[in-house]
Design a binder for this molecule. Structure first.
Ligand SMILES: C[S@@+](CC[C@H](N)C(=O)[O-])C[C@H]1O[C@@H](n2cnc3c(N)ncnc32)[C@H](O)[C@@H]1O
Length: 282
């Protein structure tokens, strides 16, 4: 198997990546090796990573860099296409995609600030090909206060991902009728240590989710206990106090309704969940 860490080490220019990224690249990019793809990296620095991507993906891949520092333009003599611009500027992205067209992979290793990461994603969503991806690196900055990141905050990139996650779930017809472009295009979101990857759908699979039932006629033998456990416990307690409660009585109906809507259990559940949340903060 082609190892990207080797391409990193043999790059003729300075490049800097966290060491856990290489296994992630290996997992995510396997299907693109030796394919005719367009790969765009935001944040070029000294250009070392551009050489790494070119030797990893192979000669058929078009490697493009986006960089705020105009000095990076000099890297074009090595066969890379470099665009000078600010990743948080929507006008820049508009011009960029007008010129380049749709791409396969966008990898954001730019300024890592909230607006920069969010703009890269949102301005690119309509320009990623089927089965393509957007990778945002150094997403730990969503938790960094220093170096101008001013996080954690409600405007952090990772908090923004919650909205993307919600959009993803809207593909399920129980939630919403109209799908926006995000729901229509994103297939899945992978979270790694400091990397978020948005995977784009294939047109063939780009349909609304449907429920499939098998052996529907056998379902009558199955009693769904989702809400029943707590209902039965409370009914037993109530019967100890008040005696047998008939199924057609008002009290029975009230208890049934309350448990169906999870009204009683929500407080104790909230406290349990709070305990679990606290465990994640240690
Ligand atoms: C960590 S370096 C990139 C390193 C390079 N990808 C590598 O692996 O060697 C980040 C780069 O992003 C650039 N940058 C910072 N803010 C930017 C912005 N708003 N738009 C485009 N590039 C930006 C910086 O000038 C810097 O060169």
């Amino acid at each position: 198997m082609k190892k990207i860490i080797k391409n990193f080490k043999s790059s003729p220019r300075y490049t800097i990546k966290w060491d856990n990224y290489f296994d992630i690249y290996q997992q995510l990019f396997q299907k693109f090796i030796n394919k005719k793809i367009t790969f765009v990296e935001v944040g070029v620095g000294n250009g070392g990573s551009l050489f790494m991507w070119r030797s990893f993906f192979g000669k058929k891949a078009k490697i493009i860099g986006i960089e705020l520092n105009p000095e990076a333009k000099k890297l074009e003599k090595y066969g890379f296409k470099i665009f000078t611009g600010d990743q948080s500027d929507s006008k820049f992205w508009e011009k960029f995609y007008k010129k380049i067209g749709k791409i396969d992979i966008l990898l954001d290793d730019g300024g890592h600030r909230n607006i920069q990461q969010i703009a890269s994603v949102m301005e690119s969503i309509n320009y990623i090909k089927d089965n393509g991806m957007i990778i945002v690196e150094d997403t730990h900055t969503s938790y960094m206060r220093k170096k101008g990141f001013n996080n954690p905050s409600q405007y952090s990139f990772i908090n923004f991902c919650n909205y993307l996650i919600e959009n993803l779930h809207r593909r399920n017809p129980t939630l919403k009728k109209d799908l926006n472009n995000i729901s229509k295009k994103i297939h899945s979101i992978f979270f790694f240590d400091s990397i978020v990857c948005l995977n784009f759908l294939d047109k063939k699979t780009n349909k609304k989710t449907k429920l499939l039932e098998n052996n529907k006629n056998l379902n009558k033998y199955f009693d769904d206990y989702r809400h029943k456990g707590n209902f039965i416990k409370t009914l037993e307690k109530a019967e100890k106090k008040f005696g047998k409660i008939k199924k057609d009585s008002l009290l029975y109906k009230i208890i049934r309704k309350l448990f169906h809507r999870n009204i009683f259990i929500s407080l104790s559940e909230k406290n349990k969940i709070k305990k679990y949340i606290n465990q994640t903060k240690k």
